[in-house]
Every structure is written in structure tokens, then in C-alpha cells.
Ligand binder design. Structure first.
Ligand SMILES: Cc1cc2nc3c(=O)[nH]c(=O)nc-3n(C[C@H](O)[C@H](O)[C@H](O)COP(=O)(O)O)c2cc1C
Length: 230
């Protein structure tokens, strides 16, 4: 297995250090069970060879990275991919949409725009999360997409981030009001800028990633603001 560190700058010439980029991380457990989850990546150097992942301890991604210490950062701007891999029932997408990475023993998405295969160099353990310091060992382009800017797409990604925070906030006893208002705002942007079915389809999927209790709590809050989800 090739372990030489590579520059990611050649593949992502417009990316910069110290900015968090939303990506989908693909990993495998030590007994071979594959996974994909949306995770933020922060590059730490000008060549974009080193990066930091801050990952909640309760996630499968956290356990997989501790066990195997390799993974793939899949670069995509497609919000639907973020939503799909947030779901509890993501196995049905994984079966169709992944293949083996080239230089590390981990899966990758078939249709991402670029890939960074990496090894975990060190892990710092915090209360609720692990900080994984990673090195890129292979980086290459995937499918090319030319996509005009759409507020709905960015609101969908923001919506998925906010929904993924509802349960960690509840577990930590944090105040939910700002988070719930942000969810309402994202839904309003999507309603204004996308086809009517987008809210129906994706909010239903996103709500299914929550427990019954959290989903009810969110629906109640939104209905007080005049937003009625199925
Ligand atoms: C766009 C986006 C970015 C996210 N970034 C992170 C992150 O950086 N760290 C993290 O622990 N969770 C992050 N999440 C939440 C995880 O994706 C979520 O907890 C997921 O269910 C973990 O899946 P797993 O248990 O299969 O690993 C993010 C969610 C979204 C939608």
C-alpha cells in the first residue's frame, strides 16, 4: 500500500486552509462493514496535505476511523448526497453507490467530484468528540459537474447539518431554540427557491433520521411558526 503524502492542491486548486468544507467521508469497520457520513474537513496547510476531522464519539465513522485509521474524503456539491448519508437507513444507497478506493482499504462513492484517500496520523480525545489529524495519501478527480449557484441547494445542506445537531443538542441538554429557528429559516429558503416537492421529499427523509421524540418536537416547533411538515 502506497503511504506517501500527496498535495491535494492540484485536485482542489481553489480550496484554502482553515476553512471547513462539508464532505462525505467513507470508511469501513475492522470487520468490513462499509459506511458513509457527511463530515466537515478543515485543511491545515497550504498544500492541503494535512487536515482535521472533528467527529462525534457516538458515530460509526468515529469507531471505524479508530479501528482502521484510513478513509476517503468524497468531494461533492450535491445536497442530496449529504441527506442520503445522514439517514439511519442508508444501507440501500451504500450498496449501489460505493466501490473500493484505490490506495487505502476503504470504500469511496462512485459519483463524487474528487477524492482524497487518507490515513489517520493522530487522535485527540475530547469530551464528546475525537479530533483526527489526517494525511492525504492519494487525491484525484472524479465526475465533472458544472452547476449554477442555487440558494435551495445550500439551504438543503444547512438544513441537513442543523437536523443532524438536534439529537446531540438534546443529549447535551443545550438550548434548541436557535437551532430550531435556523431549521425554519432553511425551510423557508427552500420553499421560495425550489420545486414544491423538494420540501416534502427531503424533509420527510431528514425527519426519518431523528428519533420519534425529536421529530415530534421539531414538527411542533415548526407548526407554531406556520410550517407544517408531513
Ligand atoms: C453537512 C454535514 C456536515 C456534518 N459534519 C459533521 C462533522 O464534522 N462531525 C460530526 O461528528 N458529525 C457531522 N455531521 C453529522 C453526521 O453526519 C451524523 O452524525 C451522521 O449520522 C454520522 O453517521 P455515522 O454514525 O454513520 O458515522 C454532519 C452532518 C452534515 C449534514
Amino acid at each position: 500500500m502506497e503511504k506517501k503524502t500527496v498535495s491535494v492542491k492540484k485536485v482542489l486548486p481553489h480550496a484554502s486552509p482553515n476553512i471547513t468544507y462539508e464532505t462525505v467521508l467513507t470508511t469501513k469497520s475492522s470487520n468490513g462493514v462499509v459506511n458513509a457520513a457527511p463530515i466537515g474537513v478543515k485543511f491545515l496547510d497550504e498544500e492541503l496535505s494535512c487536515f482535521l476531522l472533528r467527529i462525534y464519539k457516538k458515530s460509526r465513522t468515529y469507531n471505524n476511523l479508530l479501528e482502521t485509521r484510513v478513509g476517503v474524503v468524497n468531494i461533492t456539491r450535491n445536497p442530496i448526497v449529504f441527506i442520503k448519508y445522514l439517514l439511519r437507513d442508508k444501507k440501500r444507497y451504500l450498496e449501489r453507490e460505493i466501490e473500493d478506493a484505490l490506495n487505502v482499504d476503504a470504500p469511496k462513492l462512485k459519483d463524487a467530484e474528487a477524492y482524497i484517500e487518507f490515513t489517520v496520523e493522530s487522535v485527540h480525545h475530547r469530551i464528546n468528540l475525537g479530533e483526527f489529524y489526517c494525511l492525504a495519501v492519494n487525491a484525484y478527480e472524479g465526475v465533472k459537474t458544472a452547476q449554477p449557484y442555487s440558494r435551495a441547494e445550500y439551504a438543503l445542506v444547512e438544513l441537513s447539518v442543523n437536523i443532524s445537531r438536534v439529537e446531540p443538542y438534546l443529549e447535551q441538554g443545550l438550548d434548541l431554540s436557535e437551532l430550531l429557528n435556523s431549521i425554519a429559516y432553511c425551510l423557508k429558503v427552500i420553499d421560495k427557491t425550489a420545486a414544491k416537492t423538494v420540501i416534502e421529499d427531503y424533509s420527510r427523509l431528514l425527519l426519518s433520521s431523528l428519533s420519534d421524540h425529536s421529530s415530534l418536537l421539531l414538527k411542533r416547533h415548526l407548526s407554531r411558526l406556520g410550517i407544517h411538515l408531513q
